[in-house]
Design a protein around this ligand. Sequence first.
Ligand SMILES: NC(=O)c1ccc[n+]([C@@H]2O[C@H](COP(=O)([O-])OP(=O)(O)OC[C@H]3O[C@@H](n4cnc5c(N)ncnc54)[C@H](O)[C@@H]3O)[C@@H](O)[C@H]2O)c1
Length: 535
Amino acid sequence: MAAAKKIASILLSRSSSASRSFHLRRGAASGIQRFATAAVVEEEPITPPVQINHTQHLINGKFVDSASGKTFPTFDPRTGEVITHVSQGEVEDVNRAVAAARKAFDEGPWPKMTAYERSRILFRAADLIEKHNDEIAALESWDSGKTYEQSSLVEIPMVIRYMRYYAGWADKIHGLVVPADGPHHVQVLYEPIGVAGQIIPWNFPLVMFAWKVGPALACGNTVIIKTAQQTPLSALYVAKLFHEAGLPDGVLNVVSGYGPTAGAALASHMDVDKLAFTGSTPTGKVVMELAAKSNLKSVILELGGKSPMIVLEDGDVDQAVELAHSALFFNQGQCCCAGSRTFVHERVYDEFVEKSKARALKRVVGDPFRKGVEQGPQIDGDQFNRILHYIKSGIDGGASLVTGGDRLGSKGFYIQPTIFSDVKDDMIIAKEEIFGPVQSIFKFSDLDEVIRRSNASPFGLAAGVFTNNMDNANTLMRALRVGTVWINCYGVFDAALPFGGYKMSGQGREKGIDSLKAYLEVKSVVTTLKNPAWL
Ligand SMILES: NC(=O)c1ccc[n+]([C@@H]2O[C@H](COP(=O)([O-])OP(=O)(O)OC[C@H]3O[C@@H](n4cnc5c(N)ncnc54)[C@H](O)[C@@H]3O)[C@@H](O)[C@H]2O)c1
C-alpha cells in the first residue's frame, strides 16, 4: 500500500523542480462539462493574457523581416483562425542567420569569453524566463493548444530548470591528461563544434528549444534554430530575453518558416557544423541525407516512437489505469514518448479496460485557457484529420471501440478521448505513431511474450512498467530495447537524464552529460617530453 501511495505521489505530483514529470494533477474541474456534451468547446474562446510583440526573425541580435518580405499565418487550434502573421524564412534568411552565427563564432566574443561569463549570461536568461513565465506560457498555449496550466506550471518551469542546468555546466567542461606509452604529454581537449543548426517540432516548442539551445550555448557554440511553422511565437519571445541577459549578437538566431525551405536550407548549409533535429522519423531521414550530401555535418536525431506501457498483474489496477491514461493522453496524445501501446496482463485486463473507459469519460476537454481542463485541441487540421483517419482504421481493422471515436464540437481541432481494446499487433493502429488521444489496449499472458511484442517495433524510444515485483521490473528494464524505461512512473524528464531513442527513434542523446558531448569536438594533443621526471 505504501508503495502504491508513492507511485500515486510520483504520478500525480505537480513535479518538484529537480525532477519534473510531464504530468499534471487530475483536473478537479467542478462545473466543467465532460466531452460527451461537447458544449464546452463551443463556447467563445478565452482571450489569452498576452500581447504578441515579436513576429520577425531574430538574426544577429535584431528582429528583421524576411529577405523576400513574405509572411505566413500561425493559427489558433481552438478555432482554426489566424493568430498573427510571422516572417517566412527561406534560403536567403537562413544564409543571413548562418553568416551571423559564423561570425559570432569565428570572430565574436562567445567562444572566447570565459566559461564563467557564459554561465552567468545563461543564468540571467533563465531568471528572465522565470520573470516572464506566465506571458511565455500564454503564447505557448495559444499557438499550440496545450493547456495553460501545463505550460505555466510544468513546461516553462522545466525550460528554466534546463537552462540553469546547462548554465551550471558551462564552467565545468574540462579536458583530460592521459598516460601514454612513451615520453609524451598527452592532453584531450573538448572544444565547441562551431555553428549549430537546430530544427524543432511543435508539440513542446520551448522544451525542445531548451534541450537544444542550452547545451549548444553552454559549450560555446553559436546557434540558428528553426522553429516549427505551427508554433513560431514563444521562441522569438524567449530568444529576445537571452539578448537582454547579455548574449552577444549573432550567438542565437531564430528563423521561422517551413521545413522543405528553411529547414532544408539549414540542414544542407555548408557553414553549419552540427545539426540537431527533433521531429518525425521520415523527416529525420531527409535531414540526415541533406547533412551527408552537403558537408557531412554530424547529426543528432530525436524521432518518433510507439512506446509500450506494460501493466503486470500484481499492482493496484486503479493506479495502473491512471498511469497508463496520463502516459497516453498527456499533451493531447502528442508526445514522441506517448505510451501508445498499453499492454495489460490477462488476469486484470477486463477490469483495466472498464476502468480506463470510465477515466477517459471523465477527462476534461475544453479551452486550454480554462482552469481544470486536461485536454485542449490538437495542433492543426492536418493532425486532426490524420488522427480521425487512424480511428477509422482501428474500427475497420476490427479493434473494439471502447469509448470516443469522433471529433468534439464543431469548430477547432478537438477530439474525444478514444480507447480501443482487443488491439492486435498487426493492426495499423498498433504499428504507426498516431500522435493523438487514442489509447490502444493489448492483452498479454507472460513476461517473455510481452518483451517480444514490445520489442517488435522499428521504434525504441521509451517504455513504462507498472509492477510491485522488482524481479520482473529488473528483467523488463534490461530486456526492453528503448532509450528510457519508467518504472511505476511515466514522463519524468529530469534535466540530468539523457533522452533519446534506440532503432528508428533516433541517434544520440539530449539532456544530461550526453547532450554536452554532442556539442563538443574532441582534440588530442601530444607533446614530446624531454627528460620527464615521471611518465
Ligand atoms: N524523440 C523526441 O525527442 C521527439 C520529441 C518531440 C517530437 N518528436 C517527434 O516529432 C514528430 C512530430 O513533430 P512534427 O510533425 O513537427 O514533425 P516533422 O518532422 O514534420 O517536423 C519537425 C520539424 O522539421 C521541419 N521539417 C519538415 N520537413 C523538413 C525538411 N524536408 N527539411 C528540414 N526540416 C524539415 C519542420 O518544419 C519542423 O520544424 C513526431 O513523430 C514525434 O514523435 C520526437
